[in-house]
Write a protein that binds this ligand. Structure first.
Ligand code: KIV
Ligand code: ZN
Length: 567
């Protein structure tokens, strides 16, 4: 903003709470959760959900484990009324799930709401009116505090009168002083206490006082102070459920909720992925998984997060951003080399620790850069390491091992990595796992552009125990010849055969082989490192793949030879 624009704003006043306790506490248990996806979420959509879509979303919310679900404003729109009736008529509301309906504190709307609830076993009737000075002055044309309080009292009184019309239903009253966040605290308390007095809650039949940060005007610590102040001062605290309903205008809805739980709140309203008015409501997925990541159970099951996301994207026509905590496409992905190395080390260490521990022993999570195990929310490691030109040596090796079954020797990682990063750099984009395999095969495996091994025969224990003789048919730049040599193993014998044919200007410096278990290249892989006699040339690796491990070794040597002679 320009300085002259900034001047028109003012800081929000702090709450006078010198003895605040919330900073010293930790979250140790989950709150009561209430989903407002079908109301605050739906209300904010360019194309609201149809009844069918709402039914699909409702079923998903039930499967996740929500026990309180706000289903909309049945008094305000025919679709919302019909949706609630469909839930009742189709017997879709589980016995342990409470339906919440929102209604303004207006006579005919409250009556219509009660009609919509016919046959619902457990319901929260949620009434609200706005209480902040800004709303009193602007929206309610300079209404007095008394007038606004009376609206709330009248609403609560009518709800209480209507309860006997539904003798089969358990009705709970929820009251929201909408715009609580910028309402004078003592006035918000006064209005809430007036409503509570009408309702007459008991510890067995509590009232819910929902304290919305309708607009997030300030930092999360101020919201926490407000909640702690309110919890300390409300009469009849033992008969009151204090509920949070944060929005995300400043991008801190999650922090505001978490700090306010420390401040004493009992209940949280929010939506999947933070859908809701303007910048959204609290993202319940994030808060719940944050709790799980601290070892706290929540009663909500996000172990199949991609299904949750798919239903959400389909029914809401919203997109979960790539960086959305837990659910975003890229949140378990590392492109940078140092991060990839650390993750790979962490996963390798974990594999060892799990192996060492018994079946029933729990090994605590601890992998750099990953706050949780992606598999716990139905995501695989597949996407963790992705390769672009900024990736490091371990990344390519990780993909080749985890996706394609090639377990490269450590000293080969830089050589394989460099080749693939330079292609990524040229392309100016990420290279896919399949492209990595293709590039690896093309550049390192069974290379035979100058020297080719056409056939070979090995004879063992010739000339002494362990002694191997190798007779090989080769082609050098198209010219075929037969070469012969001996040694203490097939590779050594082949190297001597090359030497006898004056084709050896190198020393073999390293070797390894393994069976390929995963991936699409069945058989064995072998890796041979050779060092040229020319001191200026670094040691290089070649790889061979063949159903026979012996042949794979010879092919690896031939690959290395060809790479060395590529110039
Ligand atoms: O944000 C808000 O204040 C609301 C109320 C209706 C609870 O959604
Ligand atoms: Zn809201």
């Amino acid at each position: 903003m320009k300085p002259e624009s900034i001047q028109k704003y003012r800081p929000f006043p702090a709450v006078d709470l010198p003895d605040r306790q919330w900073p010293n506490r930790t979250i140790s248990e989950a709150p009561i959760w209430c989903s407002v996806d079908l109301r605050d979420g739906n209300q904010s959509l360019p194309i609201p959900m149809s009844v069918e879509e709402k039914l699909e979303m409702f079923d998903l919310l039930v499967r996740i484990g929500f026990k309180q679900i706000e289903v909309g404003f049945p008094s305000a729109a025919e679709t919302e009324f019909n949706f609630l009736r469909a839930l009742v008529d189709q017997n879709r509301i589980p016995k342990d799930v409470t339906i919440q309906v929102l209604v303004q504190t207006r006579d005919h709307l409250i009556r219509r709401t009660f009609e919509s609830l016919e046959g619902v076993k457990n319901a929260v009737v949620h009434i609200y009116n706005s209480t902040s000075p800004l709303q009193r002055r602007i929206t309610f044309s300079d209404s007095s505090k008394e007038t606004i309080k009376q609206i709330a009292i009248d609403g609560a009184t009518l709800v209480k009168e209507m309860v006997p019309t539904l003798p089969e239903s358990n009705i709970t009253l929820q009251y929201s002083p909408e715009s609580f966040s910028d309402t004078e605290l003592d006035y918000a308390l006064e209005v809430c206490e007036a409503v509570s007095e009408v309702w007459g809650p008991t510890p067995e039949n509590k009232i819910i006082l929902n304290l919305p940060a309708t607009v997030e005007w300030f930092t999360p610590n101020i919201h926490a102070d407000q909640i702690e102040w309110f919890c300390n001062n409300i009469k009849n605290r033992e008969s009151t459920i204090i509920s949070l309903h944060t929005h995300n205008d400043r991008g801190t809805g999650t922090a505001a909720t978490e700090l306010s739980l420390l401040a004493g709140a009992d209940r949280v309203e929010g939506t999947l992925f933070g859908n809701g008015e303007r910048t959204g409501n609290l993202d319940i997925v994030t808060v719940a998984l944050n709790m799980n990541s601290q070892g706290i159970g929540t009663g909500l099951d996000f172990s199949d997060l991609s299904t949750v996301r798919n239903v959400y994207e389909k029914t809401m026509r919203m997109i979960v951003p790539d960086r959305q905590p837990y659910a975003g496409e890229l949140v378990f992905t590392a492109f940078s080399g140092s991060h990839q190395d650390a993750i790979k080390k962490g996963l390798d260490r974990r594999k060892k620790e799990l192996k060492a521990a018994g079946e029933s022993e729990i090994v605590k999570w601890g992998v750099p850069y990953l706050t949780i195990d992606p598999r716990d929310i139905g995501r695989s490691y597949e996407a963790i390491i992705r390769i672009n030109s900024q990736s490091g040596k371990g990344g390519v090796a990780y993909i080749l091992e985890s996706e394609h079954g090639f377990d490269l020797p450590k000293t080969m990682h830089p050589q394989a990595g460099e080749k693939i990063y330079s292609v990524a750099d040229e392309l100016g984009r990420e290279v896919s796992n399949e492209e990595i395999r293709e590039l690896f095969l093309e550049n390192f495996v069974n290379i035979s552009n100058h020297l080719e091994l056409l056939d070979y025969e090995l004879r063992h224990n010739v000339g002494g125990p362990g002694e191997v003789r190798c007779e090989a048919k080769i082609s050098v730049d198209g010219a075929e010849k037969t070469i012969e040599g001996g040694g203490n193993g097939p590779i050594n014998a082949f190297v001597h055969a090359l030497q006898n044919a004056e084709l050896k200007h190198f020393a073999v410096t390293d070797y390894r082989s393994h069976a390929i278990t995963g991936g699409s290249d069945a058989g064995a892989a072998a890796y041979v490192q050779i060092k040229s006699n020319d001191d200026d040339i670094d040691a290089i690796w070649g790889c061979g793949v063949d159903p026979s491990i012996e042949m794979a070794g010879l092919k690896a040597l031939v690959s290395a030879w060809n790479i060395l002679h590529q110039g």
